[in-house]
Design a protein around this ligand. Structure first.
Ligand code: AMP
Length: 282
């Protein structure tokens, strides 16, 4: 596997692949890769001849009091994992390569509406940072396909909207959530958890399953949401949200709509760690 540390060398290599007729896939990540990320590489491989994974801890998607500085950075292990999982190229740019005028002066992309609810409400500016960096990666790699995990479901919808609205010729593929045996969704942030917290964190997935069962039984979403928040709070979590929404656009699941069109989403803090997860009903 080749490692590219700047846009110019990456572009030169990709131009050769494109001339050879290869379909190119991009898997954007922030590194510290685990089996969730590796599953995205495998899925990308099914859609393309040449798979590029980017590893970049993007400063513009972190709020001022978030974990940008302490976010785990493990590029050597990431490179080994990517190579083992059949990735063709790793793109490991520096901040000034992706943001030539600096992160503060960067042209920003804002996807209205979807960026302002749920995680966007809890983390103002987060999705602008995501849309901004993903657009930059798309422009550099010009992939035919890009793969994003459903673990970050709202992010996936933001990117789908971005691509549709700007008519970018890129197919967006959503990948299933990869979980630990306990049900805990794999995440680079799980390593902030101590052993007891990690065990307790499985309650998020259990609560999502409970919300789905209640919804399929016909219980009103507002009642389910209140009980889910309580359940999390009782176990020592500080929930940001525990909601039932329409899977298509994260709008409210109207009374009378089939529960199968819905999904449950949770964001909750456990100690200093913010965890997110979701479960589609259909
Ligand atoms: P991150 O490095 O956390 O920015 O994630 C990079 C990509 O991997 C995103 O598209 C995530 O949704 C995806 N991802 C992270 N964790 C998982 C997981 N447990 N299962 C599936 N996809 C994941």
């Amino acid at each position: 596997m080749d490692i590219f540390r700047d846009t110019a060398t990456l572009r030169a290599a990709l131009a050769g692949r494109r001339r050879a007729g290869d379909r190119i896939a991009l898997v954007p990540t922030m590194g510290n890769l685990h089996d969730g990320h590796h599953s995205l590489i495998a899925l990308a491989r099914r859609h393309a001849d040449f798979v590029v994974a980017s590893v970049f801890v993007n400063p513009t998607q972190f709020g001022p009091n978030e974990d940008f500085a302490r976010y785990p950075r493990t590029p050597d292990a990431d490179a080994r994992g990517l190579a083992q999982h059949g990735c063709d190229a790793m793109f490991l740019p520096a901040v000034d390569d992706l943001y030539p005028f600096g992160a503060e002066a960067a042209v920003r992309i804002h996807v209205p509406g979807l960026s302002d609810i749920l995680d966007g409400a809890s983390r103002p500016g987060h999705f602008d940072g995501v849309a901004t960096v993903v657009t930059r990666l798309f422009n550099r790699v010009q992939p035919d396909v890009a793969v994003f995990g459903r673990k970050d479901y709202q992010q996936l919808l933001v990117i789908e909207r971005l691509v549709e609205d700007l008519a970018l010729p890129i197919r967006i593929v959503g990948a299933p959530i990869v979980r630990e045996a306990s049900g805990l969704a794999m995440s680079s942030r799980n390593q902030y958890l101590d052993a007891a917290e990690r065990e307790r964190a499985a309650l998020i997935h259990a609560t999502l399953g409970w919300m789905r069962d209640q919804a399929l039984d016909g219980t009103e979403p507002v009642r389910i949401e209140a009980a889910a928040r309580q359940r999390l709070a009782d176990a020592g979590f500080v929930p940001d949200y525990a909601v039932i929404r329409r899977a298509a656009d994260l709008g409210p699941l109207e009374a009378g709509a089939p529960a199968a069109e819905g999904m449950a989403l949770i964001a909750a803090r456990l100690g200093s760690t913010r965890l997110i997860d979701n479960l589609r009903f259909g």
